[in-house]
Ligand binder design. Structure first.
Ligand code: NAD
Length: 214
């Protein structure tokens, strides 16, 4: 997985950990806990407390000596920092098995990402709704992107058309692509590409399991 470019220059491992802090702190906050220390957070998330302090410093919130972090303040700061409290509209291209599952996963909305339209070339899928989201004819992408200022796209087409579709998306004003295909996209440097592959995680899982048996 790689974020090619990040304006805030926050290290990618930190960016990947920040949602975990938020999910944990939300649970803590729900239990009515007002303050929590970096070592307590680290213990729960199996992370070094020094790393916790470094990571959370990116939100601008600092813990107080012997008191720790205010959970309400920190949750709010994390949501704000991650952009989870704003809705960022996204297109999805390729409403097949994976695309449909992602669309049906409405929790994306709480992650600041909302798929407002999906595009496909399969006539059987065009006109359907997945959740509340319509699946539109692929060519409508070009008309719709003129009217809507959508900068994010989720790419779940077959691999062999991914590059072509990604180029179309960029021509339609998309600036960030969450690429679930296995295609290594070749796009202008200013386009942000987030590659996500279950196979990579599966490879690590299987290798670690095998290692543990040696
Ligand atoms: N990242 C991961 O971990 C992961 C996991 C599973 C699948 N994948 C990849 O995700 C992609 C989709 O997999 P799937 O199982 O959902 O496939 P699928 O065949 O079920 O879905 C693909 C969809 O894309 C549509 N499509 C085909 N050509 C198109 C085009 N030119 N423009 C728009 N839509 C087009 C098809 O009609 C179909 O609805 C594949 O590239 C696959 O390799 C990735």
């Amino acid at each position: 997985m790689a974020v090619r470019k990040n304006k805030k220059q926050v290290p990618e491992p930190t960016l990947r950990r920040l949602p975990n802090y938020l999910f944990f702190l939300e649970k803590v906050r729900e239990k009515g806990v007002m303050n929590i220390s970096a070592p307590s957070i680290g213990k729960e998330l199996k992370c070094d407390p020094t790393q916790v302090v470094k990571d959370l410093a990116f939100t601008g919130v600092k813990g107080k000596p012997r008191v720790g972090y205010n959970t309400y303040e920190l949750c709010h700061a994390l949501e704000e920092f991650l952009g989870f409290n704003h809705v960022n509209e996204a297109f999805l291209v390729g409403a097949g098995n994976l695309g449909s599952a992602l669309m049906a996963y409405q929790e994306h909305q709480t992650l600041g990402l909302k798929v407002i339209a999906a595009f496909d070339v399969d006539e059987k899928k065009i006109g359907q709704h997945i959740g509340n989201t319509p699946v539109l004819e692929y060519n409508k992408l070009f008309h719709l992107s003129n009217r809507l200022d959508v900068e994010i796209a989720i790419l779940t087409t077959p691999n062999d058309v991914a590059q072509e579709v990604a180029e179309d998306l960029v021509n339609c004003g998309v600036k960030a692509i969450w690429n679930f295909t296995h295609e290594i996209l070749d796009l202008p440097d200013d386009v942000i590409i987030q590659n996500t592959s279950m196979s990579s995680f599966a490879a690590v899982l299987l290798q670690r399991l095998n290692d543990s048996k040696k």
